[in-house]
Design a protein. Structure first.
Length: 332
C-alpha cells in the first residue's frame, strides 16, 4: 500500500482545492479553488510542491488524520488552528513528517476561517476540467468523509523540515473595490453608503459568497437586469438592498445589479472573513487594482527563496529553538 492519509474525523467543511478552473465559465462551470490562495501557496511550498497543487481546505474546524502505508510530509497554513501530532503540540506554518500510524489533529479556528493542509507530492485525484478543485453543488469532487483514504502521489521526501521566513503580505485596512459595472443603477447616496458604512459578515457566508448586513443600498431603476457574467469579487445587490460579495463557488451569471467589484489582491483576505466580522470598502482606480495584483504576484514569486531549513543556526532559528532557558552570572 502506498502512503495515504486516513480521515479519522472531518471538520465543518473539508474539500480538496487547488487554484481553480480556468476557461470554463462560459460553459457554466464555476472556477472554484482555494478561497485563500496565499495560504495554499505557503502550505505547498513548505512541502516542496508547486504553488497550485491540490490541498485540503479545512473550514472553521480541522479534523484528525492518520498516516497510513508510509511516512507523510505535510504542512498546514492559513487560519490559526491548534495542532497536535500524536498528542504533542505542533506548529502550523512549517513542515512535519508523520511516521506511519501517527495522528495529526487540528482544532477549531481561533482566528480566520480556512486552513490548508498540503502533502509532499500532492494527493492522487482525477482532474475535472483541468483542476482537482471541489464544487460540491455541481458534483465536481466531494467533501471529505470520515474513514476515507486520501492516497498520496509520492513518498515523503528526504531532507530537513522547512519553514518560510518571509512575512505574510500586508492586509489592506479596507476592502478595495472598483466601482461598476452597474454602479449607474444606484444613486450617489447608495454609493456613498457602500464606501462609508460598516458591513457585517452574516451567518449566510460560504464558498459561494458573503452576504453582508449594513446600510441599505437603494436601486434607482429596479433590482433586475439582463443576466450577465459574474467575476470573482462581484458585489451584487438584490432587492433587499444588502450586498453580497461573490466568491470562488459563485454562479457564473446573475441578474442583480453589481455596484462594485473587489480587486483580486483583496479576495484572499475575504476567504478568512468570519461571520460577525465588519468590512469597510474603499474605491480605487483600475490602475491601482493592477498595481496591487502585481505586488501580490511578486510576493508569490519570492516565497520559494524564503524557505529556511529548520535547525539552521541563524538568529531567527536560535530564537525558535529557545536554546537559552535562563541567565547566570557565572558564579559557582
Amino acid at each position: 500500500m502506498s502512503a495515504a492519509l486516513r480521515v479519522i474525523t472531518t471538520g465543518f467543511s473539508s474539500t480538496l482545492q487547488d487554484r481553480g478552473r480556468v476557461g470554463w465559465l462560459r460553459f457554466g462551470v464555476p472556477s472554484s479553488g482555494a478561497l485563500d490562495p496565499r495560504a495554499l501557496a505557503i502550505a505547498n511550498y513548505l512541502v516542496g510542491n508547486g504553488v497550485g497543487e491540490g490541498a485540503l481546505e479545512l473550514t472553521l474546524t480541522g479534523g484528525a488524520f492518520a498516516a497510513e502505508g508510509g511516512a507523510v510530509r505535510l504542512a498546514v497554513a492559513g487560519a490559526d488552528m491548534a495542532m497536535t501530532i500524536d498528542g504533542a503540540a505542533a506548529s502550523t506554518g512549517r513542515s512535519h513528517s508523520l511516521a506511519p500510524g501517527a495522528v495529526l489533529r487540528l482544532g477549531t479556528a481561533r482566528q480566520g476561517v480556512r486552513a490548508y493542509l498540503a502533502v509532499a507530492g500532492g494527493f492522487i485525484a482525477t482532474p475535472r476540467f483541468g483542476s482537482v478543485a471541489t464544487h460540491v453543488r455541481s458534483g465536481l469532487g466531494r467533501a471529505l468523509a470520515e474513514g476515507g483514504m486520501l492516497p498520496l502521489a509520492t513518498a515523503a521526501p528526504e531532507g530537513p523540515e522547512m519553514r518560510i521566513a518571509a512575512p505574510p503580505p500586508p492586509t489592506h485596512p479596507r476592502v478595495r473595490v472598483v466601482l461598476g459595472p452597474q454602479d449607474d443603477h444606484f444613486s450617489k447616496e447608495a454609493i456613498d453608503a457602500l464606501l462609508g458604512g460598516n458591513y457585517r459578515v452574516t451567518q449566510e457566508a460560504d464558498r459561494m459568497g458573503l452576504r453582508l448586513g449594513g446600510p441599505r443600498l437603494a436601486h434607482t431603476g429596479g433590482f433586475n437586469i439582463i443576466s450577465d457574467a459574474i467575476a470573482p469579487g462581484s458585489i451584487q445587490v438584490p432587492g433587499s438592498g444588502q450586498p453580497i460579495i461573490l466568491l470562488a463557488d459563485r454562479q457564473t451569471t446573475g441578474g442583480y445589479p453589481k455596484i462594485a467589484t473587489v480587486i483580486s489582491a483583496d479576495l484572499p483576505a475575504l476567504g478568512q472573513a468570519r461571520p460577525g466580522d465588519f468590512l469597510r470598502f474603499e474605491a480605487v482606480s483600475l490602475e491601482a487594482a493592477v498595481a496591487a495584483r502585481r505586488a501580490l504576484a511578486s510576493w508569490y514569486n519570492a516565497l520559494p527563496a524564503s524557505l529556511v531549513p529548520i535547525g539552521r543556526l541563524d538568529s531567527e532559528g536560535l530564537l525558535d529553538a529557545n536554546l537559552i532557558s535562563g541567565v547566570t552570572d557565572g558564579a559557582g
